[in-house]
Design a protein around this ligand. Structure first.
Ligand code: MN
Ligand code: MN
Length: 461
């Protein structure tokens, strides 16, 4: 053998995905990304993503799972977990004792949550106090257009939905920053201290009501909120209001090959799972799609991946079809569909280039996440990785390897460990993202599309 032949047969080569797509696939990719962008424009919170999914699923024949209902292959069911997370299934031909194929993503993203007693006035400016949710660089959230999304459970028991800042005619909200002229002290601080959590106060207004007494600007804002939503100040206690970047998902780059918006992590994988599920014929094994909440703060809470809600859903599916939950878990496979960090040449020294995911190289498969000594990772086995690799290769999916940064640099986690805790073989995979957790994250269209194809292949495995 010549060295060229040896090279070709022995060494692995990775190719930019654009070298592997034909014209038909490129058209499909563009159409897919248009649908994904529309989803992102409609869904900026876990509640909005759940509501969107319920509506879309029902229009495609999914029914709410009722314990004890009769289920046969091809039936489509879902469980809406209190409006904040959702589980869906397409019943397969095999018994659930043979296991199910799961894709699990999360639909919460880092943001600024409103405090329980948030409204105050200082120097005749009205503000909302916030408490950041998830891992953010606080300074990135200053002087950018922000919107208010959420629900309020009013004193009278009515639940009202609030959205301010997304319609072109809406006002936006903002957190101010210090002018550079006076930032001598500020610029000496470390980036995490440039702005304190207690300074992340959102400007609501500046026009005082006519009259005497204190807090006339705050009173004006409360009056406006009362007129539009029927709110009184104490209603903030029973609210889930959150500040997110205002605006729509946009194409990025002169070649339009990238998509920029808030919350790709992890709705980019959530949408990939959903669209793959929606287009399934009757699968061999039952296909399960999970859109979880609270991943960004540790998968905690009743709507997080650690919640027993997941067991309840799979138990109900097993019960309806005469299978055992333990056998089902033991034989199941889960693709923990979450984003990875795309290699950024501007910050090359934070990553091991040989093992980092790259834009346009396809869905990124990750054996382990975690930090330092793999702490917090589920660390998939050779067999689990082999299963994913073979499944994706057989389906013609463009894939690549991912690890999260240099060994000593930091790290992160996903829902994978919590799925593995249930005795379910689990592997991480997802879309590489530039500027993850920033108000505007960047992904490549090609990777979005390949991740949808990967979810489809896993459901059909
Ligand atoms: Mn994530
Ligand atoms: Mn994240």
């Amino acid at each position: 053998m010549t060295t060229e032949e040896l090279r070709a047969s022995l060494l692995s080569t990775s190719k930019n995905g654009y070298a592997l797509l034909d014209a038909r696939q490129k058209d499909e990719m563009e159409a897919y990304c248009k649908r994904y962008a529309a989803f992102m424009d409609a869904c900026k919170t876990e509640r909005e993503a759940t509501a969107w999914t319920v509506k879309e699923a029902e229009s495609r024949g999914f029914k709410a799972l009722v314990p004890g209902m009769e289920l046969k292959p091809g039936d489509k069911v879902y469980h809406n977990n209190r409006g904040k997370s959702i589980l869906l299934a397409v019943i397969g031909k095999e018994s659930l004792n043979q296991g199910v194929n799961i894709c699990a993503a999360h639909i919460d993203s880092p943001r600024l949550d409103i405090k329980p007693n948030p409204l105050y006035e200082d120097s005749e400016i009205a503000y909302l106090k916030t408490h950041y949710y998830g891992g953010i660089k606080k300074y990135q959230w200053l002087t950018i257009p922000l919107a208010l999304h959420g629900v309020v459970y009013r004193k009278d028991g009515e639940v009202v939905t609030v959205t301010i800042g997304e319609d072109a005619s809406d006002p936006i909200l903002v957190v101010s920053d210090l002018l550079p002229h006076l930032a001598g002290d500020q610029m000496q601080k470390t980036a995490s201290q440039l702005i304190a959590g207690e300074q992340m106060n959102v400007i609501l207004g500046s026009e005082p009501l006519e009259g005497d007494g204190e807090n006339l600007t705050k009173l004006h804002i409360m009056k406006l909120l009362n007129e539009k939503y029927g709110l009184v100040e104490s209603d903030f206690l029973s609210a889930e209001l959150t500040i997110v970047p205002a605006g729509k998902c946009r194409e990025v780059g002169l070649d339009r090959s990238l998509l920029g918006c808030y919350g790709h992590d992890d709705r980019v994988c959530a949408y990939a799972e959903l669209e793959a599920l929606f287009n399934l014929e009757v699968p061999t094994k039952t296909a399960v799609c999970i859109l979880a909440d609270k991943e960004e703060i540790g998968s905690v809470g009743i709507s997080g991946m650690k919640s027993f809600c997941f067991e309840t859903f799979i138990h109900d599916l097993c019960h309806c079809t005469g299978a055992s939950l333990c056998r089902c878990f033991e034989n199941s496979f889960c693709l923990s569909a979450d984003v990875s960090n795309a290699f950024d040449p501007n910050f090359a020294d934070t990553c091991d280039k040989l093992n980092n995911s790259r834009l346009n190289y396809g869905v990124a498969i990750c054996k382990y996440t975690g930090s330092r000594g793999k702490s917090g990772a589920s660390d998939a086995s050779a067999e689990a990785m082999g299963h994913v690799r073979t499944t994706l290769d057989n389906a013609g999916v463009v894939w690549q390897i991912a690890t999260l940064g240099k060994v000593d640099q930091g790290g992160g986690g996903t829902v994978a460990a919590y799925m593995a805790d249930r005795n379910i073989v689990t592997v991480d995979a997802g879309v590489p993202v530039l500027a993850m957790h920033a108000p505007l994250e960047i992904v490549s269209k090609l990777d979005c599309y390949e991740t949808m194809l990967a979810c489809k292949a896993i459901y059909l495995a």
